[in-house]
Design a protein around this ligand. Structure first.
Ligand code: PLP
Length: 381
């Protein structure tokens, strides 16, 4: 089997699981307990926090461990918007992940926030000039993703954050897809909040972290014992925090693979366009994640292509994993200006640091075969 759906989820790194194991077994203490077992768990948690903070270029006290991307995004968006009395205006983009869209929707529905949705061009890009115009004196928060999960387009986060700061708004970025591939130093990016998810970078599902700049007030989503500096109550998941810190260490050692995957991605895109001349690359041609190659194949259903590829033991996704199985066309592609019919032909290949060129060559050929098979039977009318 050739698994090319790493943007949906990627396997847990062996090192991360091994590092987590003791904290699930003999070292099972509650980090808040005052006895030795608890104390050791607390030390492990803080060491993990410092490691994640070092990776993101911030202080340990600015890291909140979460259950993953969705929780971190909810915490950053709702937590910052509700704790900041500046105003009730948010700026974002319609190509954000549902976790962002629905967090904003919640604030609009229940807390009378207003949103300005920036427009998105055909390649998934947003305009700095448009953001500048959208910003208001009552803009509390700007939230824009670092890289898109369906088409891979990368946004110029440091420039966008600088514009938000001109009017005093806080800036959050969803770095869930970017974190395994791009430099996420929060000081260099100039962001106030940034969210990562463990299961996209070699840690288990249900792990994650959000950076929130020290001075900023945040309204917690979870109320209780006051863990995580009162910003996320609940007994901390020490094992998953250790796993996340270890996965990040492994990632850092794999940095050299990023350029290899980027080159392999470009060769793969070339092969696909050669073998399937009708395939349209979606997203920005170069300012895109090394790990994502996504296409529309006019006239052919993405779901049908996915099934044909699976029969050939190539595992991919049609659009994003969250939308998989739904009949709705991708909200990302429609926001980029694709018509609904074309959006339904989307297919996404996503890679890990271990993906080989031989696998990608096989996948490109399998796609050509799948296109031929679907073209005969499952054309969109
Ligand atoms: N943001 C982006 C860009 C994603 O791709 C995902 C997951 O696919 C999420 C947020 C949600 O993360 P999680 O699955 O950890 O809740």
């Amino acid at each position: 089997m050739i698994y090319l759906d790493h943007a949906a989820t990627t396997p847990v790194a062996k090192e991360a699981l091994q590092a987590a194991w003791p904290w699930l077994t003999e070292e099972f203490g509650n980090p808040s307990s005052t006895h030795e077992l608890g104390h050791r768990a607390g030390m492990a948690l803080e060491a993990a926090r410092d490691a994640v903070a070092a990776w993101l270029g911030c202080r340990g006290s600015e890291i909140i461990f979460t259950s993953g991307g969705t929780e971190g995004i909810n915490l950053a968006i709702e937590g910052l918007a509700l704790a900041n009395p500046r105003g009730r205006h948010i700026v974002s983009s319609p190509t954000e992940h549902e976790a962002v869209l629905q967090s904003i929707e919640y604030l609009v529905r229940h807390h009378k926030f207003e949103v300005t949705w920036l427009s998105v061009d055909l390649q998934g890009g947003i305009s700095l000039a448009e953001l500048k115009t959208a910003l208001r004196l009552d803009t509390t928060l700007v939230t824009l993703m670092m890289a898109n999960n369906e088409v891979g387009t990368i946004h110029p986060i440091s420039r966008l954050a600088a514009l938000a700061h001109e009017v005093g708004a806080a800036f959050h970025t969803d770095a869930v897809q970017a974190a395994a591939w791009l430099d996420c130093n929060v000081a260099e990016l100039g962001v106030d909040a940034l969210t990562v998810s463990g299961h996209k970078l070699g840690a288990p599902k249900g792990s994650g972290a959000t950076y929130i700049r020290g001075r900023l007030a945040v309204e917690p989503l979870l109320h209780g014992g006051g863990q995580e500096n009162g910003r996320r109550s609940g007994t901390e998941n020490v094992a998953w925090a250790v796993a996340l810190a270890t996965a990040v260490e492994v990632l850092t050692k794999q940095k050299a693979e990023v350029a290899r995957i980027e080159a392999a991605r470009d060769r793969f895109i070339g092969q696909v366009q050669n073998l399937v001349p009708t395939a349209i690359l979606t997203g920005h041609p170069s300012t895109r994640l090394p790990s994502i190659a996504s296409f529309c194949v006019p006239g052919l259903s993405g779901e049908a292509l996915l099934l044909e590829l699976e029969r050939r033991e190539v595992i991919v996704s049609s659009g994003s994993a969250c939308a998989a199985g739904s009949d709705e066309p991708s909200h990302v592609l429609t926001a980029m200006g694709f018509d609904a019919e074309l959006a339904q032909t989307a297919i996404r290949f996503s890679f890990s640091h271990h993906t080989t060129e031989a696998e990608l060559e096989t996948a490109a050929r399998a796609l050509a075969d799948a296109v031929a098979a679907v073209g005969g039977t499952d054309k969109i009318a």
